[in-house]
Design a protein around this ligand. Structure first.
Ligand SMILES: [Zn+2]
Length: 154
């Protein structure tokens, strides 16, 4: 088993029931391995430690065929190894968002997507992170929140 970081394996990062069911080979391209490791070390581990909870990884890397099948946006950061869909165990997604935005963890987008939390970071150039907080219920329209709005209303 290949570890990307202490608590995230490559297998978890590329696992997808949809890919398996549809015969899609969702292997990580070798050129994205260092980005995946960077994401695991600089985003996943700090978030895991902050939330102090179990975290199930719903989706990490998506090859273009898988991304198309799950109707991800073509520019999805999942295809670049820059995003994770997480489900905290024993903690609501909104509480997780509030903890993350109050911490010093650098992120590009945090999206409450119903039953999971999408989090991304431009790990190879973190100065480009936009620190966007978004909510969606239909995965088509997104409501932007400022940090202050998120802390007050979530
Ligand atoms: Zn996502």
């Amino acid at each position: 088993m290949t570890q990307l970081s202490e608590h995230l394996t490559l297998q978890e990062f590329i696992h997808s029931d949809t890919a398996t069911k549809n015969g899609i080979n969702n292997e990580l391209p070798p050129e994205l391995l260092s980005t995946a490791i960077n994401l695991a070390v600089s985003l996943f581990e700090p978030v895991r430690e902050l939330l102090n909870a179990g975290i199930s990884v719903d989706s990490g890397y998506r090859c273009p065929a898988l991304n198309q099948l799950v109707r991800g946006v073509p520019s999805s950061q999942h295809c670049l190894s820059l995003a994770l869909d997480l489900v905290p165990v024993g903690l609501s997604i909104r509480d997780a968002i509030k903890l993350i935005i109050s911490s010093g963890i650098s992120y590009d987008q945090l999206i409450e997507e119903g039953t999971w939390l999408h989090i991304s970071s431009i790990v190879n150039a973190p100065e480009k992170n936009r620190h966007e907080i978004l909510l969606t219920t239909d995965h088509k329209t997104y409501q932007h929140l400022t940090k202050e709005q998120a802390l007050a209303s979530l």
